[in-house]
Ligand binder design. Structure first.
Ligand code: GMT
Length: 367
């Protein structure tokens, strides 16, 4: 098939999923056209059958807000016509679904251009609920030819928040289990805790520092903080205030997390709300058990006490105790690490999930 993909090409989870999906589809023989304002991170443009079309937003003194959604719609329509796209697949509803709807109408005289919207999280749970975006988000979901969510939790949220009556298809997030895999040997002496996110308030990154402080009262450990965002500064200040600056490494944005993750012993995900929790899945595929919160869609991925631990949001003592258990009991760690990898292999490998998207595309195109 010839598929146009639009996403936020930055470090957010939705952009990562969209990019990995495009790469996997291209590896399976499809032609994939990314239509975005920048080259998506993790996208190797040398990959055969991957094409990149930049959306350029020209500015004009009259515009206080350059109309990106319109520039995107024009580019979508142009690429769809020029490359005979079978469908558009947009990730994160706002504003991508509305641009896709406009593009669809622009080419309607010449071709049918269905579009699929994948809802990832805050496009429904936060931004979509904002009064200024609610009606248009609901409208764009209703007008999509196909709608998928990345967890059952997100499907329910979408129905509850927007009262959507049309079928919503759940296709869980996925991981490439050949790329994300356990280290052959993990350092047994220096215990490493790892957190990966966009450091937004919803991620509760300060809890990672509090957890480390509690763990270090009895058990030596270092914390690697990967990513960047608004709460990085406050987390750095807290680490300094708690005398932990030598034990926390703020690594910033990293392009190859698959090389870092296998070195860690435990993955921390103290999030307030998570539609899925891609970082936890990437950790599990690498045999790194997550200590996460019982929030949103995370329990669809992590089974408490089997392939990771789930504790209440904000209960950093309980989360720290779970980390200590994993760092001090090698048998428990080995068992959970193997179970985490097994879960990733059995339920979330790209080889299992990508065919679900292919089937869904076929269904939407044949309607
Ligand atoms: O809001 C964010 O944290 C970013 C957001 C995104 O769309 O970029 O992430 C969401 O999508 C990820 C990939 O599907 C999910 O793994 C995350 O759980 C989800 N984030 C939230 O629900 C907060």
């Amino acid at each position: 098939m010839k598929v146009g993909i639009t996403c936020y090409p930055t470090y957010g989870g939705s952009g990562i999923v969209a990019t990995e999906l495009g790469l996997e589809l291209a590896n399976r023989g499809h032609d994939v056209h990314f239509i975005t304002y920048a080259n998506p991170i993790r996208l190797d443009p040398d990959t055969p059958r991957i094409h990149y079309h930049e959306v350029e937003v020209s500015n004009y003194p009259l515009f206080q807000y350059p109309p990106y959604s319109l520039a995107l719609a024009s580019r979508m329509a142009e690429v769809a016509e020029r490359y005979h796209l079978d469908l558009l697949h947009v990730h994160y509803a706002i504003p991508h679904s509305i641009s896709a709807l406009l593009a669809q109408q622009m080419v309607a005289a010449k071709r049918r251009l269905p579009f699929v919207t994948t809802l990832h999280g805050t496009d429904v749970t936060l931004v979509g609920m904002d009064r200024s975006y609610f009606p248009i988000t609901k409208f764009s979901i209703e007008k999509s030819d196909g709608v998928t969510t990345i967890s059952e939790y997100m499907r329910k949220q979408t129905v509850d928040v927007f009262g959507i009556a049309k079928p919503i298809h759940v296709i869980h997030n996925f991981v490439n289990c050949s790329l994300y895999r356990p280290a052959e040997v993990r350092n047994r002496e220096d215990k490493i805790l790892l957190h990966i996110s966009n450091f937004r308030p919803v991620k509760r990154v300060l809890d990672c520092i509090r957890i480390l402080a509690k763990v270090r009262q009895t058990t030596p450990a270092t914390l690697w903080m990967v990513g960047d965002g608004p709460d990085r500064g406050p987390a750095e200040v807290l680490a300094r205030d708690l005398g932990l600056e030598d034990y926390v490494n703020f690594m910033g944005k990293q392009d190859h997390v698959e090389r870092l993750i296998p070195k860690a012993h435990v993955l921390l995900l103290p999030t307030e709300l998570e539609a899925f929790g891609l970082a936890a899945l990437e950790g599990m595929a690498c045999g790194v058990p997550p200590v996460a919160t019982n929030a949103g869609g995370v329990p669809e991925l992590v089974t408490h006490g089997v392939d990771g631990f789930l504790e209440a949001v904000g209960d950093t003592s309980a989360q720290a105790n779970r980390v200590i258990e994993l760092l001090t009991d090698e048998v428990l760690h080995a068992k959970m690490s193997a179970a985490a990898r097994a879960t990733a292999l059995r339920r979330f490998c790209s080889s299992l999930i990508i065919p679900k998207y292919e089937e869904y595309y076929e269904e939407v195109c044949s309607e």
